[in-house]
Each structure stands twice: as C-alpha cells, then as structure tokens.
Design a protein around this ligand. Structure first.
Ligand code: XMP
Length: 512
C-alpha cells in the first residue's frame, strides 16, 4: 500500500508457513507484505520496511543451489528476522557453516535459552517450539552469538544485535510454538520499533482514500455475487465513489434459498447502492436443459454469465473501472518466485478477459479472515460477512445430472434445513462449509403406510483452512438426526438422507 504507512516485509522462500507469518504479524497490528526472496535490494529499500523477515522454505540449506537473498540486504541496517531455512541461508551467506548429513526432524523441541536476547525476552529458560525439517547451523557467522539451543545441542537461535540480524531455526508463527507471538512482538515492537497502529479502521480509511484518488469521478462497475469478497469490495468502493458505482447482480436461478432477496435487500435498502438485478433464472435453466456432464454445466454457466454481464455493461455506456474481489492469497500465490503450489483458480463467474476496464481491487492486501473483519467494520450484516464459500456455478454443481427446477427446489429446501440446524447447534463458524447435495438417486422408502420412490439427499460438512484440502466434520449424531428427520418430514420428495464421510483428497468438497 502507499500513503507512507509503517510496514514489514516477509521474503518468501516458498515455505508452507509464509502466509501464516504474515497473518501473525498483522495480528500484531503491523502491516506486512510478502515479496519474493529474490527481490533486489533497491526494490526492497523502496518499500521502506521497518523490518524484514525471511520465511522458511522447502529448499535444503546445505545444497549448492540453495536460493540466497541479494546479500546487500544484510547491509541495509534494517532489522532482519530469519526463520527456519532463512536462518540457514543467513548463516551461509555471512560465512557460517551448515551441518553436513545431520538434519533436524520436523516436530516439537525444547528450546533452551543460553544468553540474554531482546528477541527472546519474556520467555522462560526452557520453552517448547516447533522446528521444521532441515540442516542446522553448525558454525555461526562471525559476530553472531548463540542465544538458544535444542536439547541435542543444535543452534536454535543466533543473533548479531549490532547489525540487527536475528535468526531462529524454530517457527514463531505456528501454534506449536506457544510463545511465538511474544517473539514476534519483541521483534516488531522492540527491535523494529513498529507501533501497533494497523487496524481495520485505519485500513478502511486508507483504502477509501486510495480508491477515491484512483477513480476520481469516473464510473465504476462491480459484479456482485453476494459472496463475502464481492460484497465487501462493493461496499468499500461505494463508500469511496458513491453513486458512481453500479453493481450488477445476476440471479442465475442457482442460488440458495432466500439469497437473491437478501442481496437485493442489503445493497439496495441498507446501503442505498445502485444495483441492477438481472433475473436470468429462466435463461440459465434453458441453457442447462438436458446437460448432464459436469464440465459442460460449468462452462455453460460461466459463458452465460459473461455474456449477460457484457450486455449489462454495454447498456450502461462509458465505464472506466471494474471492481474485483481479489484477495491477498491470490496475489501472493500468483506473484512470488518461490511459491511452489499455484492455486488453480476457479474461473466460473470470472469476467471476460478482453473487457477494457482498469481494475480496482480494494481487497488485494487482505487475507480472507481480514476481509470478514473489514466487512464488519463496514457494517455488513453478519449473514453476509460470515457466509460460507459458495461456488460460482452455484447449486448446479450440487444437483447431479440434469439441473431441473424441480430438483433445484428440493435441493434448496434441504440446504436451508442443513444450514438452519448447523446454526442452531452453534457450529456455523466452526465448520468451513456445510450444505446439501442432490446426488440424482431415487430410492424406495415408506412414509406413513405408503411406499415412496423419491430423492436421496446427501449432507456434506467439512473443515478446511483454504479449500485445498478438507476433513469431513464430525457433526454430533444428534444434529445429524435433526437434519435427517426434518428433511424427510418437511420435503415430500425426499425419503433418504446420507452423510458424506470423505476427506479431500481423495474427494473434492463439491460433488461435481
Ligand atoms: P472443490 O470442490 O474443488 O472446491 O474441492 C474447493 C473450494 O472451491 C469452491 N468451488 C468453487 N468456487 N467457483 C468458485 O468460485 C467454482 O467453480 C467452484 N468450484 C468449487 C468449493 O465450494 C470449495 O470451497
């Protein structure tokens, strides 16, 4: 971000905990940015960071080709905290020695503090910590003092306070290092002299000013899905440009029960925003008629959305900017040099590549949980802020086989019951996603003294932190029982409810 705020940079060596470090730093109310490890010193200096953190990474600190930082970074006189692989790299680059064959195994270790250290102030002499796998530092670079070691006498922390260089083999950002937050606070507040001024309200003020500066009195367009990201982005931009923002909300007929009404209500009534409501339910259903292949379904929905959006945009005349709800993990994952895994972006509901707009991406600095906090700050209703992730192709990927109005109606009712029961049980913020699926199965049952041959409903509830992997949620039997009883009682065309007990992998979260 600009506007001269205090910040810390995390240099990313591709570690699985890199984003976690950034989140922990922000939890300490210090803004931080993740940048590639191989950024040149000039670019880094231009960011004017008050501190630099080297993330851990999968590379082998002992290997010839281990990725280094630009060594001029060590001479910037900006405090550096090197974590995990970062410590090995710092040691190597400054003339220390890495262990040969001996490797540290990933896991909990007892850390023993062996010297006074501002970085480790407030910790007991012995603390638990989490060490990632890798070589250890055998010989410290000149000028460095050892400050903590493991029980098997490996260096766990070293520092050269005169040069403001600090390194540790353990990870302060993970929950397995109980005093990790204290260590980060010591680094940020005591060593880097950061203040704890970065809050959602300061971010909001700054973002609104930035959007105003960028958009001026030009026209801005936003595709509003009703999901958390697009909703928060739209309300923020509205605060900045008011009526110059027009939102387009497409009801594709694949939304959950009450969702369209809620979107219209929230944005038109509560926020008084320009909202074009496109009722395209029939159009989408007609396009989907007779289609059973999951990929075809997705493709049709994506293309139809783009067509519709273009039609609406054309009607509006000159539009200069488009709002996108891009969030920070997308920016980091597609932008850093070392991140090994690039998330496969779901482009359904995405926008045409050849549309000529400049982008306004007010959330591009925020992690998902921060977007929710910003939503609260903006006064968005709880149901919007805490809404679970919902796929672009909507209920179509939960309605297996052909999508028909009849099947959608059953699915919508069943889904509303699942949601209601999970909420009543107080599990709605604990479970990442919970929903009903209609697996296109009819089976025999009995209701009263009548034989029935009607639909089976599947219930899916999973824990996840990013949607990339998931575990099925161990919902209490009692809650499952209420869900099943209510679905069969309240929905005439259902006589069987099954619970999906598969993790991702091997399954996916959605059924199609
Ligand atoms: P899967 O089913 O791939 O889902 O395990 C992972 C996460 O992504 C959501 N999802 C989508 N989101 N457009 C989206 O915006 C899509 O086409 C789409 N497909 C799946 C899914 O709900 C889960 O959170």
């Amino acid at each position: 971000m600009s506007l001269g705020q205090e910040m810390v940079v995390v240099l990313d060596f591709g570690g699985k905990y890199t984003q976690m470090i950034a989140r922990r730093i922000r939890e300490c109310k210090v803004f931080c940015e993740i940048l590639p490890y191989n950024i040149g010193v000039d670019k880094l200096r231009n960011k004017n960071p008050k501190g630099i953190v080297f993330s851990g990474g999968p590379a082998d600190g002992g290997a010839e080709n281990a990725p280094p930082v630009d060594d001029a970074i060590y001479r910037l006189e900006i405090p550096i905290l090197a974590v995990g692989y970062g410590m090995q790299m710092m040691a190597r680059q400054l003339g220390g020695k890495i262990s040969g064959d001996v490797q540290l195994a990933e896991g909990k270790k007892t850390l023993e503090i062996t010297a006074n250290s501002r970085l480790l102030a407030g910790l007991e002499t012995k603390e638990e910590c989490w060490v990632s796998q890798g070589h250890s530092v055998e010989e410290l670079p000149q000028g460095f003092a050892p400050v903590a070691r493991s029980e098997d006498n490996r260096a766990l922390a070293m520092e050269d306070p005169d040069k403001k260089l600090y390194a540790m083999q353990f990870h302060p950002e993970v929950a397995h290092t109980p005093k990790g937050k204290q260590v980060l606070q010591n680094f940020l507040y005591d060593i880097c002299r950061c203040s704890d001024a970065w809050t959602m309200s300061s971010f909001l003020r700054q973002s609104v000013a930035e959007v105003q500066a960028k958009a001026g009195d030009k026209k801005v367009l936003c595709a509003l899905s009703g999901g958390v990201d697009s909703s928060v982005a739209a309300v923020l931009v509205h605060r900045a440009v008011g009526d110059n923002l027009t939102c387009v909300f497409v009801d594709n007929g694949l939304l959950r029960k009450g969702e369209a009404e809620q979107v219209i209500n929230t944005f038109r009534e509560k926020f008084n925003m320009n909202l074009i409501h496109v009722d395209a339910r029939e159009r989408f259903l007609n396009k989907l008629a007779g289609v059973t292949d999951p990929e075809r379904k997705r493709k049709i929905i994506g293309e139809e959305f783009i067509r519709l959006f273009e039609e609406e945009a054309k009607k509006l005349g000159q539009i200069d900017y488009l709002v996108q709800g891009t969030v920070y993990p997308d920016v980091v994952e597609s932008g850093t040099a070392a991140a090994g895994v690039i998330k496969s972006h779901h482009n359904v509901g995405g926008l045409p590549e050849d549309m000529q707009f400049d982008l306004i991406e007010p959330l591009r600095w925020l992690f998902k949980d921060e977007v929710r906090l910003l939503g609260e700050e903006l006064g968005l209703p709880e149901e919007v802020v805490w809404r679970q992730p919902f796929p672009g192709p909507g209920l179509a990927v939960r309605c297996l086989g052909e999508v028909t109005e009849e099947k959608l109606a059953v699915l919508r009712e069943a889904d509303a019951i699942v949601t209601d029961e999970i909420k009543k049980a107080g599990l709605d913020r604990e479970i990442w996603q919970y929903f009903a699926v209609l697996p296109n199965i009819k089976s025999v049952g009995v209701k009263g003294d009548r034989r029935t041959y009607v639909w089976t409903v599947g219930v899916r509830a999973i824990h996840s932190s990013d949607g990339m992997t998931a575990q099925w949620a161990h919902i209490p039997y009692q809650v499952l029982d209420s869900i099943s009883t209510r679905i069969c009682k309240e929905i005439e065309q259902v006589n069987r409810v099954v619970y999906d007990i598969t993790a991702k992998p091997p399954s996916t979260i959605e059924w199609e």
